[in-house]
Design a protein. Structure first.
Length: 201
C-alpha cells in the first residue's frame, strides 16, 4: 500500500510538471502573437491549464483538505492579476469543508477561477475593491460563493447566462454533480453547490 502511494505521488508530480510545460509553451506562444485577441485567448488557456496543475498537486496533499489547498493556490495566483486593478482577493473556508472528493477539486477550482477572473476584468474600473470567495457547509453539501463589491451588473447580465465564462462554469459544476446558482436581482453572489464526499460522475 505504501509503494502504491509513492507511485501515485510520483505520477501526480510528473503530470503536474507536464501541465506546467504546456503552460510555458502557451505563454511563450502568446508573447509572439501580434493579434491582441489571439494573445488573450492563449493567455486564458494557459491560466486554465495552470489551475489544473495546481489542483492536481493539491490532491496529493495528505495533511489538509485538497479543496482548501487548491483554492488558496488559485486565489494567490488571481491576486497577482487583481493587484494591477487594486483589487483584493479574500478566501474564507469554514469548518467541515474537507470532505469534498478529490475528483471534484479541479472543476470547482476552475469554476472559481472563471468567476473571479470575470470580476477582475469587468467589475472594477477606476477604483479598486474586493472579491470574496467563501466555502462553507450547508447540510450535506459544500457551498462555494464568489462575490465582489465592484460595479453592478448590466441589465442583460448575468441572467442570460450565455457568456463563454458562465457557460464553462455551468458545465464544470454539472460535471461534478453540482448546481450553479447565478445572483438573484440586487446581488452579485454566484453560488456553487456540490455534495460532500461524492465522486465525480
Amino acid at each position: 500500500m505504501q509503494a502504491f502511494g509513492i507511485v501515485l505521488r510520483e505520477t501526480v508530480h510528473r503530470c503536474t510538471n507536464d501541465l506546467q510545460l504546456v503552460v510555458s509553451l502557451l505563454s511563450l506562444q502568446a508573447t509572439r502573437l501580434k493579434d491582441r485577441e489571439g494573445r488573450a485567448a492563449l493567455e486564458d488557456a494557459a491560466e486554465r491549464i495552470a489551475i489544473l496543475a495546481r489542483a492536481r498537486a493539491a490532491t496529493s496533499e495528505e495533511e489538509q483538505s485538497a479543496l482548501a489547498t487548491a483554492l488558496r493556490q488559485v486565489c494567490e495566483a488571481l491576486q497577482a492579476h487583481a493587484e494591477l486593478r487594486s483589487v483584493l482577493i479574500s478566501l474564507e473556508i469554514g469548518d467541515g469543508c474537507d470532505e469534498v472528493a478529490s475528483p471534484l477539486v479541479t472543476p470547482i477550482c476552475l469554476a472559481v477561477n472563471e468567476l473571479a477572473t470575470n470580476a477582475i476584468k469587468h467589475a472594477f474600473e477606476a477604483k479598486g475593491g474586493k472579491i470574496t470567495v467563501v466555502v462553507r457547509r450547508r447540510d450535506d453539501d459544500v457551498v462555494v460563493q464568489v462575490d465582489d463589491d465592484g460595479l453592478p451588473f448590466l441589465d442583460a447580465a448575468p441572467s442570460d447566462g450565455h457568456g463563454l465564462g458562465l457557460g464553462l462554469v455551468r458545465r464544470l459544476v454539472s460535471s461534478c454533480g453540482g448546481k450553479f446558482h447565478q445572483p438573484p436581482s440586487g446581488s452579485k453572489t454566484f453560488e456553487i453547490v456540490v455534495p460532500s464526499g461524492q465522486s465525480a460522475s
